[in-house]
Design a protein around this ligand. Structure first.
Ligand code: EPU
Length: 420
């Protein structure tokens, strides 16, 4: 199994470009099922989760033609309505195929999706199930392992999400876009990827208003046209690189990004003393003086992203004072910090949702394993600023979401190698 070997302390400087957003690409790929016409996706990140998503699409009978930086998809000849269990099991993004298959074919059979183990009970899908029922679908469930969803005739829905969920909002939005009539979704998630998805579907002929706000209104349109989509920059990658630069106290320019999408983090940077400048599509992190601790509480967008919690914890080990990190979205997303403690961080686990980080502490190289994608990037950042050598196993978890990470980090001076 490949691993990263990092020798910490190398001087970092220069420019690093951000790739297309994983969590946008993983919705646009299945959205291709909504139209029988070809869809071209550009600025597609070359990552494992995108490969898995395209493989799943091909296994259904769609044609997938990859080119440098993108793909053209044609779903006209889809031949089955059953998602391959082994494939869907590999990644959480497989749930994004369900609503679109239901909307186009009136039925879909699928297993409980796999992916990062960061939530209690293996990451529930109850909100999706409730949502599809609101469209008139009937659901047979085999002890939570397999679901068979059917609808004689789908109808528009008036649905209030009992809990704010990014992918459930996106799935309902996509499903409704080809169900004739008016669907009203309330208490929706507001992430930029949702707005991007709606903009794209509107270009294809959908009529979606309010995406990016808590209420989304969709006038379903049975036929969507061909489309071209440019994947928006990955805001989590943007934030992770910005945090790396701040933690290493290095001058790094992050390009091809949208600073607007990480405003919450940048506001905190101002408070804790990180020097930076922003332009329309770049962020220049500069050298800073003494940095100060600052508490965070993860929250749905535009609050502090749970996906940035782990890199932020690494930053807090380098600043002066104590910071309380409160993870409110997932139940098991602080467990990884035990590894940071093994590297020398002073972290007290208060309860499963809160840790107290006391800084600054010197980190030391260790042999570790990446438990999931976001903890993985945090361990890479920790390794880059630590003394000595850090080895990170199970980097499939990092490859799921970060394209050619080591090559991009090497360009800014990092001493990181992939060992097969
Ligand atoms: N939840 C339920 N029932 C559901 C769905 C979600 O209880 O049916 C709970 C979750 O367990 C969690 C909360 O609702 O406690 C919010 O989860 P949400 O549904 O918003 O997360 P998601 O849509 O599954 C997306 C991203 C995650 C990101 C979250 C929060 C994708 C493919 N995934 O997940 O990204 O952490 O939103 O922003 O878009 C990652 O990229 O590493 C990642 C985990």
């Amino acid at each position: 199994m490949p691993k990263f070997v990092i020798t910490g302390g190398a001087k970092l400087s220069g420019q690093i470009a951000v790739c297309g957003a994983k969590n946008s690409a993983l919705k646009i790929i299945p959205a291709a099922i909504l139209s029988e016409e070809p869809i071209t996706i550009k600025n597609l990140p070359n990552i494992e989760d995108v490969d898995r998503s395209l493989e799943l699409l091909e296994s259904l009978g769609a044609s997938v033609t990859r080119f440098k930086g993108g793909v053209t998809i044609n779903t006209k000849k889809i031949k089955t309505t059953e998602l391959d269990q082994k494939m869907a099991d590999k990644f959480r993004g497989s749930i994004m195929f369900v609503g679109v298959m239901l909307a186009r074919f009136g039925q879909v059979k699928f297993p409980h999706p796999g992916g990062c183990v960061i939530g209690a009970g293996g990451r529930p899908i109850d909100l999706f199930i409730e949502g599809y029922k609101a469209f008139g679908a009937e659901i047979e469930e085999d002890h939570g392992h397999f679901y068979n969803i059917k609808a004689k005739k789908l109808k528009p829905a008036n649905y209030f999400f009992p809990l704010v969920s990014v992918t459930a909002t996106e799935s309902m939005l996509m499903t409704a876009s080809i169900i004739p009539g008016k669907t009203i979704l309330k208490n929706c998630a507001m992430e930029p990827e949702i707005e991007a998805l709606a903009e794209y579907l509107n270009k294809q002929g959908a009529k979606i208003k309010g995406a990016g706000s808590p209420t989304i209104i969709i006038e379903g349109n049975k036929k969507l046209k061909a489309g071209i989509f440019n994947v928006i920059p990955d805001r989590i990658e943007t934030g992770s690189f910005a945090i790396l630069a701040a933690a290493a106290n290095s001058e790094i320019k992050i390009t091809k990004c949208n600073p607007e999408h990480i405003m919450t983090l940048l506001e905190i940077f101002k408070k804790i003393g990180v020097n930076f400048e922003t332009g329309k599509d770049w962020i220049q992190i500069k050298k800073s003086g003494k940095l100060l601790a600052h508490d965070i509480k993860t929250h749905e967008y535009p609050g502090f992203a749970t996906d940035l919690q782990s890199p932020y914890v690494v930053l807090m080990t380098q600043v002066h004072g104590s910071s309380m990190i409160h993870e409110t979205i997932y139940d098991r997303r602080l467990i990884w910090t035990d590894m940071l403690s093994q590297m020398g961080a002073n972290i007290t686990m208060c309860d499963p949702h809160r840790i107290l980080v006391q800084g600054p502490t010197k980190l030391h190289g260790k042999h570790l394993m990446s438990p999931d994608l976001r903890a993985g990037i945090a361990l890479v950042i920790a390794g880059l600023i630590a003394d000595g050598v850090t080895e990170i196993d199970n980097i499939y978890q990092i490859d799921r979401g970060y394209e050619q990470l080591e090559a991009r980090l090497q360009k800014i001076g990092a001493n990181i190698k992939r060992i097969d």
